[in-house]
Design a protein around this ligand. Structure first.
Ligand SMILES: CC(C)(COP(=O)(O)OP(=O)(O)OC[C@H]1O[C@@H](n2cnc3c(N)ncnc32)[C@H](O)[C@@H]1OP(=O)(O)O)[C@@H](O)C(=O)NCCC(=O)NCCS
Length: 281
């Protein structure tokens, strides 16, 4: 049993989930303390279960304190593992997919100083077996939701690619990830015939090729794709690069080459927005 008769998450479940995502000890301890609070606080148990149940369905999520949200996601790992096992997904891919929980909790810790999870809707894709991390990148099959690009029409099934915040974007890792993903979908989801990898991201605004050196990973990543314009504005780039939107050019950090290059471009009236990339399969 992973959840006891009172509805409290057992320590064994927390330990197993934390080992899977290689959680630092203070995060594991924060979850353990929270579970201990649950044992004397029936309202906390109710909030947890309402949220956990909603997470497994398509309904909108009720309010939940952000550390409790992280615990709810972690507590659903066994169910997620069963879903993956049913499709024959290798265990290392399941573990790598689960590790996104730590990436987003670290993101929140960096932002607020406290462990928590704000990006819960995103993690729902992982829990229901819609999104997989394969090597450096994440993949999710879905109908193309924009206007037609290249030979892809709105509604066609595509493999949407995402780039987790997890170290460098090494070009060999990227190539290897695409190769593994092709094999993965053929082996595990042959019924989903997708015609392309697609990606909409600030990393794919072609402007970056004009302000960054050829040798950077971002430019190398762009060169993997056939690029198309996106309607999205500069918010994603500003948040991902400066942690703020809009960017205050006088106070924004200037620690990296990218930050300095984008600030110069913003001052020249050309912020980095988004681009759409397509790779035919
Ligand atoms: C994608 C990512 C891994 C690329 O990083 P990378 O491999 O270091 O990329 P590059 O080699 O091209 O970086 C060139 C320069 O830009 C800097 N840089 C890259 N991404 C940066 C970012 N998000 N914020 C600030 N600086 C960044 C690098 O540190 C490097 O600067 P330096 O030479 O002064 O050290 C990184 O941007 C990242 O983690 N982004 C968050 C995830 C994300 O945005 N996903 C897409 C969601 S739509």
């Amino acid at each position: 049993m992973n959840i006891d008769a009172r509805g409290v998450v057992e320590k064994s479940l927390i330990d197993a989930g934390c080992a899977t995502i290689a959680a630092p000890n203070d995060l594991r301890q924060a979850f353990v303390n929270l579970a201990q609070n649950m044992s004397t606080d029936a309202a906390l148990v109710d909030t947890f279960h309402a949220f956990r149940t909603a997470l497994q369905q398509t309904e909108s999520l009720p309010k939940c304190p952000s550390l409790l949200s992280g615990l709810a996601v972690l507590s659903l790992f066994p169910e997620m593992e069963a879903i993956h096992a049913h499709s024959g997904v290798p265990k290392d891919i399941t573990r790598a997919t689960q590790a996104d929980l730590l990436i987003w909790m670290e993101h929140e810790k960096k932002r607020t100083g406290q462990w928590g999870l704000k990006k819960v809707d995103w993690l729902r894709h992982h829990l229901v077996g819609r999104l997989y991390r394969i090597g450096r990148l994440q993949y999710m099959v879905q109908p193309w939701y924009h206007a037609d690009v290249g030979n892809i029409c709105r509604g066609d099934l595509v493999i949407d690619v995402h780039i987790p915040e997890d170290g460098k974007l090494d070009r060999d890792d990227v190539r290897s990830s695409f190769d593994q993903a092709r094999v993965f979908y053929q082996n595990h989801f042959p019924e989903l015939s997708c015609r392309a990898f697609v990606c909409e991201s600030w990393l794919l605004d072609p402007l970056l090729q004009t302000i960054l050196p050829e040798t950077t990973n971002i430019v190398a990543f762009q060169k993997c794709w056939r690029l198309f314009p996106s309607e999205e504005d500069e918010e994603e780039a500003n948040i991902r690069v400066f942690g703020m939107h809009p960017v205050d050019v006088d106070t924004a950090p200037q620690d990296s080459l990218l930050q300095r290059s984008i600030l110069k471009s913003i001052r020249a009236g050309k912020p980095v927005r988004c681009g759409i990339g397509l790779i035919s399969i």
